[in-house]
Design a protein around this ligand. Sequence first.
Ligand code: AVJ
Length: 322
Amino acid sequence: MLTHAITADPVLEFVSDVRAGLTLRGQKELPSKYLYDDVGSALFEVISVLPQYGLTRADERLLRRHASEIADNVPKHVAVAELGSGSGKKTRWILKALCRRQHISYFPIEISPTALAMCERELGDIESMSIVGFEREYLDGLIEVVARRHDGQSILVLFLGSTIGNFDRPAAAKFLREVRNILQPGDSLLLGTDFEKPIPQLIAAYDDPLGVTAAFNLNLLARINRELDADFVLEQFEHVAKFNPDARSIEMHLRSRIDQNATIPRAGLSVSFREGETIWTESSHKYGWTEPLRIAKDAGFVCKAQWIDQEWAFAENLFIAE
Ligand code: AVJ
């Protein structure tokens, strides 16, 4: 299948986000999307097979078990846009179920070129499906996909794996509203959401005893060292996972073990840290049982169907644009 990536300019954006996040006066922060370079993506693959982290397996189970039922609930003539395709492994089942009915186009949208290439390799063998990858931010990519819509074709957006959880609630609502505005009535969105769980279970999932999540988090500083010539001493930072009861999210931070400085030459920056000060690197919001229904409604969708995993409280929610 013909494949080509359409590229924007990632390096400048990384520099400016790092500068903005580390020069904040209060809580320093770095956007979680930068966790996923080649090393980070590989570490996340390991996280997803850890016994303490059931989220990805729940997502995969649901997509595998209910693929044909999900396909039956979307229009036959469909183009699929996936926001953050990752390796593409879990998407295979749903794509195959859709292809059984009619030829489909699949557009993975992904900022990591490596993940995009992996996804295209992983799924390139599916018959009666064409793949065109977009190396783009989600909404920019989605706009490009919609511009390629054929007459009578509907769009199915996949936003799986609880990536929505990385947005805080207002940002998630705004994002889904933007997705809705790019779509037309009758288009669909399959959204994966992770439900609230006991706090100790959440902490264990985000601070595993093998230290894989710690490595995943610390890799963000290693990445800044590699790509921006910075001199972060990784041993002088530690991974912290904590539950934020107001936001109902698990936060990952990197805590400075001592008073120290780091220089980031390619961002023209020197940053100081006090002992105990943290860089906030990710939030994973957890949802109440009925929250997906309200989220759908607030963004201009109706929740047509929902599939819930029995082992790990997680749902695939099928939203239809109104
Ligand atoms: C891939 C965003 C769903 O938030 O649970 C896993 C990333 N961070 N362990 C999540 C993650 C720490 C993950 N998502």
